[in-house]
Design a protein around this ligand. Structure first.
Ligand code: ZN
Length: 464
């Protein structure tokens, strides 16, 4: 019933917008299916914990794939704790070629209905925006992938290499299903992860540029502790646990890690400089030419948008200490959170912080959870060309360039298996509509049409 009414509505919607978009080949059925499937998936509350409906999202996606021509036996759902992962295999003509893996996740971050203007698990389309938890991260992306694969089947396409759809069920939390997927699919040629990055719209809705991700920084948490016998606060002595910890934290706060430049970030700066204000653009260009240029480094380090792109960053995020107003502290602890530049291990960065703290009384402990250090994936010309061509179908002439993501995604576990992995979500959004993980998450419905064209183009280019 729901499907019938929504599908009718979707068709009416696309008739009204189709005037604005000229399109050579029609993929209206795929467009409509993607939007309908995204709404059905948003309505399933796939949040970790009691009542987690990831398995139902997987079942929904499986039924769409099987109805679209996938063999039932080639689409498997594996339950893991309260969640599940889905693998769908489309066999290619040449068994000697390694598979193309398309990765995504079916879980979403918790959303409290009382905080939202609308119920987060009741999808709504209003003023051209699809609202709901998972609209931008990443149930629409999932639905687009499925609708695009079904469209390729409908058109009679046969890939040369296997296309394997790999949807995890706990990307936002423990990533246990992703580690299992990465092991199972370790022989892949490459992974296209349709999560994260994407296109930028200006406040008027005009496309500015598109970025895709070829590397991620490594997330790390280090716990710093100073202990002392304590005593009565009327008889202070050294060491005072809070003082010693504070002094170490101030030294860490002033410390700047060595600036670094890679093939990927050089390509990023070259392209990003075209969209930046003059001072930042000049610094990006100078830094790309010479990463030891102190003036350029100072400008980029002073800007929160660029400091993370030129090296490792560490910052204190929590402190805790003392136990009574009138007692010397017996214990003080702090958490230092780091985003490590590709190519360094967590242990290496912790050692560097210990040197900077320069106080043997400060104990360091790596308390990072669910994070591993990975290398950047290579800038393969076939991948760069396929992404650029696919974006230019819907957004001709828009600059397309790689970037390094600040946080961990499923790509981390595939890179850990030495599979080149690329973050390639096709969705364009304004800054004012960016609410992944936040309130009133939304995505422009106009993204659907160019995203289907993008996926059809990229999936065929890279599976030929
Ligand atoms: Zn995501």
């Amino acid at each position: 019933m729901r499907l019938g009414t929504a599908a009718t509505w979707v068709c009416a919607f696309f008739m009204t917008v189709s005037n604005a978009h000229a399109r050579s080949a029609g993929h209206d059925r795929a467009d409509a299916q993607a939007l309908e499937l995204a709404q059905q998936a948003i309505a399933l509350r796939s949040v970790r914990g009691p009542g987690n409906r990831v398995p139902q999202v997987a079942a929904l996606f499986k039924s769409a794939l099987v109805a679209g021509g996938f063999n039932d036996a080639d689409v498997t759902i594996t339950p893991v704790d309260d969640t599940a992962f889905l693998v769908a295999r489309w066999q290619g003509q040449d068994p000697k070629r390694k598979p193309l893996v398309i990765s995504g996740h079916m879980d979403v971050v918790e959303a409290k209905p009382s905080d939202w203007q609308r119920d987060p698990f009741t999808p709504v389309i209003e003023n051209g925006l699809l609202y709901g938890r998972g609209a931008s991260d990443m149930k629409l992306d999932d639905a687009l992938v499925i609708a695009a694969l079904v469209e390729l089947k409908r058109e009679g396409y046969t890939p040369r290499r296997d296309i394997v759809l790999a949807f995890s069920g706990d990307e936002e939390t423990t990533m246990k299903t992703t580690t299992m997927l990465a092991k199972e699919l370790a022989n892949a040629e490459m992974v296209l992860n349709v999560d994260g990055t994407g296109g930028q719209l200006d406040p008027q809705g005009k496309p500015q540029y598109f970025t895709w991700s070829g590397a991620e920084k490594t997330y790390a948490d280090f716990e710093l502790t100073v202990t002392s016998p304590g005593g009565h606060s009327s008889r202070p002595y050294d060491p005072n646990a809070i003082n010693r910890l504070s002094a170490a934290l101030v030294r860490i706060g002033h410390y700047k890690f060595k600036p670094e430049l890679t093939e990927l970030t050089r390509a990023y700066f070259a392209a990003a400089a075209r969209n930046e204000r003059t001072e930042i653009a000049a610094a990006m260009r100078a830094f790309s030419a010479d990463p030891t240029d102190a003036e350029a480094v100072a400008v980029l380090q002073a800007n929160p948008e660029t400091i993370g792109k030129i090296g490792t960053t560490c910052v204190v995020t929590m402190i805790n200490g003392g136990h009574a107003f009138n007692a010397l502290p017996q214990r003080a602890t702090a958490n230092v959170n780091c985003r490590i530049f590709p190519g360094h291990s967590r242990a290496q960065i912790m050692e560097e912080l210990q040197r900077v703290a320069a106080d043997p009384a400060v104990q360091f402990k790596d308390v990072s959870q669910g994070s591993i250090a990975t290398e950047a994936s290579p800038l393969r010309p076939d991948v760069v060309d396929a992404i650029t061509r696919a974006i230019h179908l819907g957004y001709p002439g828009v600059p397309v360039f790689p970037t390094m993501s600040a946080g961990a995604s499923d790509s981390m576990w595939f890179r850990n298996e030495h599979i080149p992995s690329y973050g390639v979500s096709p969705l364009f959004i304004k800054d004012s509509d960016r609410f992944s993980h936040g309130l009133n998450e939304r995505i422009p419905v106009d993204d659907v049409r160019p995203s289907i064209d993008y996926m059809l183009s990229m999936f065929t280019d890279l599976s030929k």
